[in-house]
Design a protein around this ligand. Structure first.
Ligand SMILES: [Zn+2]
Ligand SMILES: [Zn+2]
Length: 181
């Protein structure tokens, strides 16, 4: 029994002329159909595949995705870690630095959301749901989305970064300036 469950497919990228993107796509048909089915993956998503994604200018290395998708008693779950190395700039002192992120994410994967469930007032309950009507799951897009969700709203080179002096622009991490005197 041989299944091709993980494949890179070529997608014409809309609005970018001749450029094409390669997407890491999980093929989920057998996973949906057969209880107990499990697919492990451990893949690199090259930078060339991420040119049209948010953050693309910040990626300093290929994204690494590692985890599994499995069917337990008819419920399909995806659990994985996305690891990324990003070029960042401190919001306070403007210093450039690189930081590694390891984001663990888990989702319930469904072919469709039941209408009654989707109307539930606790809509947030479904935030972790991924709907895959075509039995395919685009990991490029999901990995970047999950990464973005975990990014702090303020990027700091270190937690207690003192930032720049508003008057003279000196990096106060290197010592106080004379403005306060
Ligand atoms: Zn800083
Ligand atoms: Zn100053």
């Amino acid at each position: 029994m041989e299944f091709v469950m993980l494949s890179a497919v070529r997608k014409g990228a809309e609005g970018f002329g001749e450029r094409n993107e390669y997407h890491m796509v999980l093929q989920l048909r057998q996973i949906f159909e057969i209880e107990g089915q499990k697919l492990n993956f451990d893949e690199q998503i090259p930078l060339s595949e991420l040119e049209n994604s948010p953050l693309h200018e910040a990626f300093a290395a290929p994204l690494h995705i590692k985890g599994c998708v499995y069917n337990r008693a008819g419920v399909v779950a995806l659990e994985y870690t996305v690891s990324a190395l990003l070029d960042q700039e401190c919001d306070r002192c403007l210093k450039a630095f690189q930081r590694e992120y390891d984001v663990e994410a888990s989702h319930t994967v469904v072919k469709e959301l039941a209408a009654a469930d989707a109307d539930d007032e606790n809509g947030s309950e479904y935030d972790d749901y991924i709907v895959c009507p075509e039995n395919t799951l685009d990991m490029n897009e999901l990995a970047v989305t999950d990464l973005l969700m975990e990014m702090p709203s303020k990027i700091l080179c270190k937690e207690d970064c003192k930032g720049l002096c508003m008057s003279c622009g000196k990096d106060l991490n290197d010592g106080a300036c004379d403005c306060q005197n």
